[in-house]
Design a protein around this ligand. Structure first.
Ligand code: 13P
Length: 340
């Protein structure tokens, strides 16, 4: 394993003022996103939409890397240029989602285990040839009074570490994504306890399986009350709870933490990240790897119409810029008004 190369890539992905765009929606997920704007999810439409995002001039000032889906890493733009090349030309590092989805966990009602380990070494080698320099694997955990079970936490930690070890062996930086879901009426304290337990298990498994903390990134949920909790939290409260949780669970050798947005509004995802960075300096970079919170305005502006490509790019660039400000703790809500 070349730790220096892995560390260099990991640090580039959390370079000052930059974060990651998650554009790795599976076929089912992108269909749901397109349904929301009444656009059919065809291969061509998916290509057009992602080509729009990847040809946003100046995006490389705020976006360090893009997570692609298997279809996208192989696709070409209208003029025949590979989409991966478009990213590289903008100074953006291509990455790839390599899990094959969260499936029902046997003998565990309502819990999931993420699949995709069989043949992964060979798939990683192919993705590396196609230009990927980092990868992503997502595990999910639901909160109820009883869940997640110790069983679910243990098997997902094991799978995340097996994936991470294979990535590091292949020279790809693993983004390790244990996502504690926001569905439910649990309190922020309960989210704190579950997120702590999940992350302790993940970092124990990573150490046991000989992964180098210097050569990976963590992609976690923020510590948040459930969507249906009566007691919602301010950006400051979320920042305080999240940073307190991570100081006890995330080793200082990890170069960065890149949050998922997980269904928060665009503004909340940006404001909460900014509030966390205001509390710094921290042992690790605190950045973003947003899907919905970076793409929602661009998707709405595009509407599947080529006449709206520039509007879609402007909406994406604006959101990227606001999240870049949040990397320095400098986001303020009035910056939203400068929207294109
Ligand atoms: P969201 O930011 O929309 O949660 O997507 C991030 C992601 O990559 C989920 O796996």
């Amino acid at each position: 394993m070349d730790i220096t190369e892995l560390n260099t890539t990991a640090r580039a992905l959390v370079a000052p003022g930059k974060g990651i765009l998650a554009a790795d929606e599976s076929s089912g997920t992108i269909k749901r996103r397109f349904d929301s704007i009444n656009v059919e999810s065809t291969e061509e439409n998916r290509r057009d939409y992602r080509e729009m995002l990847f040809t946003t001039e100046g995006a490389g000032d705020f976006i360090s890397g893009v997570i692609l889906y298997d279809e996208t890493i192989r696709q070409k733009a209208h003029d025949g240029t590979r989409l991966v090349k478009l990213l590289e030309d903008e100074g953006i590092i291509p990455g790839i989602k390599v899990d094959t989805g969260a499936k029902p966990l046997a003998l565990a009602e309502s819990e999931t285990i993420t699949e995709g380990l069989d043949g992964l070494r060979e798939r990683l080698a192919e993705y590396k040839d196609l230009g990927a320099r980092f990868a992503k694997w997502r595990a999910t955990y639901s909160i109820t009074d009883e869940l997640p079970s110790a069983y679910c936490i243990a098997v997902n930690a094991d799978a995340l570490a097996r994936y991470a070890a294979l990535c590091q062996e292949s020279g790809l930086v693993p983004i390790v994504e244990p996502e504690v879901l926001m569905e439910g009426d649990h309190t922020i304290e309960r989210s704190f306890d579950v997120t702590s337990a999940v992350q302790h298990a993940v970092f124990d498994a990573l150490a046991e399986q000989r992964c180098a903390y210097e050569g990976l990134l963590l992609k976690p949920n923020m510590v948040l009350p459930g969507y249906d909790c009566a007691q919602q939290a301010t950006a400051g409260e979320v920042a305080e709870a999240t940073v307190r949780c991570f100081r006890s669970t995330v080793p200082a050798a990890v170069p960065g933490v890149v949050f998922l947005s997980g269904g928060q509004s665009d503004e909340d995802a940006t404001a909460r990240l900014s509030a966390m960075n205001e509390l710094g300096p921290h042992p690790w970079e605190l950045s973003f790897s947003y899907g919905r919170a970076l793409q929602a305005p661009a998707l709405k502006a595009w509407k599947g119409d080529t006449a709206n490509l520039d509007a879609g790019r402007a909406a994406f660039l604006h959101r990227a810029k606001l999240n870049s400000a949040a990397r320095y703790g400098r986001y303020t809500p009035d910056m939203e008004k400068a929207a294109s």
